[in-house]
Design a protein around this ligand. Structure first.
Ligand code: AKG
Ligand code: FE2
Ligand code: ZN
Length: 840
């Protein structure tokens, strides 16, 4: 017998017939026979197959192909002699990938012939199309007399001297001055190109088109839509004007190229005064192939967020505003503060900005204003809110004021937080811990309801500024996410806004499903949280507690979330020759065991409950540890290890599992390994794990492939550093509004928040068990129920699984330390690092 192991319900023996290996082709199929004593005999005849045996695994297709046609020449540009051979990237305006530096795509030295160039050659002579990548190649060297004929127009990327200097060129001194100015504009124009390319992926082109990108004429630097429209309309019929939110540039498309050229000549280097700010800025203009802006954010509001418009009448609004006495008296002084960026007043309970919490034993006298009680009762009846709040914070913001991004402390308040906007509309920014932001316009007299994820996980804040970017056609009241339509954005001057934020004081610890941002669970985690292992014994204990036991507990629920095989793993299995013996080490619920009926596949897993599930599906599977698999060395044609090795808690143990996998292979046999990647955003693409914001909490590393759409990613995360949602960040408007992920001070393993980026390689990933557990085991958090809580979801126990997420190259490097293998392939697949090994 080759091997004997415990299967789902029976014993399996594999036998080698005749002491010789024959190829499966020769042998036909393996034979499986069930013996009278309940054992199964599998006869496998093997042939010699060297390392050269073909593996049909096709070459990995890259997810992010280099820009199509990046090197294709494009048709001769306007006014440029056709002999000029420039190689440019056509038709790509906004894209995520960098252009490859190309010969000929070089940057011309601005006015590279110096001041004399103008007088010798006329203004257009030395001017060449501007590119931002490689050093100058042939660009900038040509002096085509032909270009002169068109004057400046022939050279669209250069500003007319008179337009820059406003003076007539008469003397050579004037020429010098003009050229200096020209050089300066050119330099800045090039810098704008660089910035557009580097930060935004917007490619400017050298020939004239109907479309321009105008740097410094964006909503982000204070240009309003109506002002820009007035400016650009002077030169022709404007077909499209796109003003992306918070960006310092805009796109304009004219009816004809002539008009765009006219605008280019007139506007590049032109100084304008921002009407709303009384400030001067200089515009820098470049041509682009097309005006387009991909909507970079999903169209939905943060989950759990709701805005109810016109929830109160103007009369109610007036009465509410009047109910707040800002003059204050002895009694209320504590509850009223003028913060740096706004003034606040508290009712019911005082909110303390030192710890962002309330003193639950010290209710303020007077409770909430009567008018509020009436309204709250009405909203409760109407179903807008589920619980009646007992705390009110009134914030008053003058234009230019705001509130730092924050999450209202979990332990302080219950789930639902509502805010009524009075006096004026304002834009509130919501931010997910992964950096994704959504700007939401809160109309006057509307009620914002934050619940669930939007309340617990996302930060909310109001940027201190005097203008908000809002939809131009919705200057009225329509609620919309601001980033929806860049063809329709403008600036709105803020006015005094008073908000009434109602919350219900929490009486027992928060047990939300966002432990990484939950102050209630942080304290709890401190004591219970396991540490990073410092010995083999500790490692084993950690894995027993936070891997083996957990999988036993969650097996049924876990299995119910694992049904879609991953395409590239299927591809690997389908590529194996008929009759191959394949071991799936860590087979889970066996989702790969039945993929290719032409293989002889056997699975094994550490979890008995999972192996039983395999047995129920009539798959061959048995219980064992991936560190010691009871299969004879060299008996498998292929092995797979999918999402297993990341559960081993030291580098030695991870390497040992790979070694064990390889041991099973015959020479020439191949192993496919998948581990979860630290990089959940790779080559500017978010993994499905991150993207499935509204997806279930429990899908973790395995997400249905092939169905989810690839959303368009943000080409430039906004420049402010990512605000890590921390509830211990004071809300008292201290200057620093953001903070970075703090490294764990001790060696305790951090608890990850699902669907966010990883901040540590070794961590605990929560599993929220649905459908009950067979038995309550260790590794389960104590479920703390708020007294009298009706929330049944809070009953779901949370388990934590240990993971070591791999960095780029880590898995491959581990494999390369083994001298009996060759790494055939190494790739990234949906948030996982993957290798195909071949045994030598
Ligand atoms: O002004 C608002 O609408 C929100 C205020 C707020 O978030 C808070 O006080 O915690
Ligand atoms: Fe808040
Ligand atoms: Zn919480």
């Amino acid at each position: 017998a080759l091997m004997g192991w415990r299967m789902a319900g029976s014993w399996l023996h594999l036998e080698r017939k005749g002491g010789k290996w024959r190829s499966p082709e020769e042998a036909g199929q393996h034979r499986v026979s069930r013996n009278r004593d309940g054992t199964v005999t599998v006869s496998v005849c093997r042939g010699r197959r060297g390392p050269g045996a073909p593996t049909a695994f096709p070459s990995s297709h890259r997810r992010f192909p280099s820009a199509p046609g990046a090197e294709a020449p494009h048709p001769p540009g306007h006014g440029r002699p056709s002999s000029v051979q420039l190689r440019e990237t056509p038709a790509l305006v906004i894209r995520k990938t960098w252009p490859r530096a190309q010969a000929g795509a070089g940057l011309p030295s601005p006015c590279d012939n110096g001041a004399g160039a103008l007088s010798r050659q006329g203004p257009s002579g030395p001017c060449r199309p501007l590119r931002s990548a490689a050093p100058p190649a042939e660009a900038g060297r040509r002096r085509d007399g032909a270009a002169e004929a068109g004057g400046l127009r022939a050279c669209p990327n250069m500003a007319a001297p008179s337009q820059i200097t406003g003076m007539e060129v008469k003397t050579s001194e004037d020429h010098l001055k003009v050229c200096k100015m020209k050089k300066k504009v050119l330099r800045k124009q090039i810098r704008a190109q660089h910035t557009l390319m580097r930060h935004e992926g917007i490619e400017c082109i050298s020939h004239a088109t109907q479309s321009l990108v105008i740097a410094n004429a964006g909503l982000g630097n204070g240009m309003s839509r109506h002002q820009l429209l007035r400016i650009v309309e002077e030169y022709g019929l404007v077909e499209t004007l796109l003003m992306p939110p918070n960006k310092p540039y805009s796109f304009v498309k004219y009816g004809t190229t002539e008009e765009a050229k006219k605008a280019f000549d007139a506007l590049n280097g032109k100084e304008v005064t921002l009407e709303d700010f009384d400030q001067n800025i200089v515009l820098y203009v470049n041509f682009v192939e097309k005006v387009l802006w991909q909507n970079v954010v999903p169209t939905s509001l943060p989950p759990g967020l709701m805005i109810i418009e016109k929830i109160i009448s103007p009369e109610e609004e007036r009465r509410m505003l009047e109910s707040i006495d800002w003059t204050g008296d002895e009694d209320t002084r504590n509850a009223q503060k003028t913060l740096k960026y706004r003034r606040v007043k508290h009712f019911g309970y005082e909110f303390c900005y030192d710890n962002n919490n309330v003193d639950k034993d010290k209710p303020l006298p007077g409770g909430l204003p009567e008018i509020c009680n009436l309204l709250l009762d009405k909203w409760l009846k109407q179903g807008y809110i589920k619980h009646k709040p007992d705390q009110l914070t009134v914030n008053q913001y003058e234009p230019g004021q705001g509130i730092p991004p924050h999450i209202d402390t979990h332990s302080a308040f219950e789930d639902e937080i509502i805010s009524l906007s009075l006096g004026a509309k304002i834009v509130m920014d919501f931010k997910h811990p992964d950096g994704h932001t959504v700007a939401v316009m809160l109309p006057r007299c509307s009620l914002l309801v934050m619940a669930g994820e939007s309340r617990y996980l996302w930060t909310h804040g109001i940027t201190p500024r005097k203008y908000d970017v809002i939809q131009a056609s919705e200057l009225g009241q329509k609620v919309r996410k601001i980033t929806a339509d860049v063809g329709d954005l403008t600036l709105n001057r803020r006015e005094t806004r008073t908000s009434f934020t109602f919350r219900k004081v929490r009486r027992s610890p928060c047990n939300c499903i966002y432990p990484s941002v939950c102050d209630s669970q942080k304290g709890q985690q401190r004591q219970e949280q396991p540490s990073f292992p410092h010995s083999q014994m500790e490692a084993l204990k950690l894995e027993q507690e936070y891997v083996h036991k957990v999988y036993e507990e969650i097996a049924i629920h876990f299995s119910s979330t694992r049904h879609s095989p991953w395409p590239r793993i299927v591809e690997f299995l389908r590529s194996l020759p008929k009759g191959s013996i394949v071991a799936d080490v860590g087979c889970g619920n066996g989702k790969y065991l039945g993929i290719n009926k032409d293989l002889y596949m056997v699975g094994c897993d550490r979890s008995k409950n999972l192996v039983d599930i395999c047995g129920e599906k009539n798959f061959q599977a048995f219980v064992c540890d991936a560190l010691s698999v009871p299969i004879l060395s060299g008996s498998c044609d292929a092995c797979i290890s999918i999402a297993v090795i990341h559960h081993f808690s030291t580098a030695e143990r991870r390497l040992a599992t790979i070694r064990e996998l390889v041991r099973l292979l015959r020479p020439g046999g191949t192993a496919l390994i998948y581990v979860w990647a630290m990089e959940q955003e790779y080559k500017n693409q978010k993994s499905k794990y991150l993207k499935e914001k509204n997806g279930s909490e429990d899908k973790e590393e395995e997400i249905d492939s092939g169905t989810a759409q690839r959303p368009l990613c943000d080409p430039m995360p906004d420049s402010s550093s990512q605000v890590l949602a921390r509830s211990d960040q004071p809300l008292n408007d201290s200057k620093d509004e953001s903070c970075d992920a703090k490294p764990v001070a001790d060696s305790r393993l951090p608890v990850h928040t699902n669907r966010t980026s990883f901040h540590s390689q070794d961590l605990l990933v929560p599993w929220h068990l649905k459908g009950g557990t067979k038995k309550k085991g260790e590794g389960v958090d104590t479920v703390l129920l708020p007294a009298g809580s009706k929330e049944s979801q809070e009953l779901t126990p949370v388990f934590h699984r240990y993971y070591h997420v791999f960095c780029e190259g880590e898995l491959e490097a581990a494999c390369r330390t083994l001298d009996c293998v060759r790494v055939q392939k190494s790739y990234y697949d949906q948030g996982n690092w993957c290798v195909v090994l071949e045994k030598l």
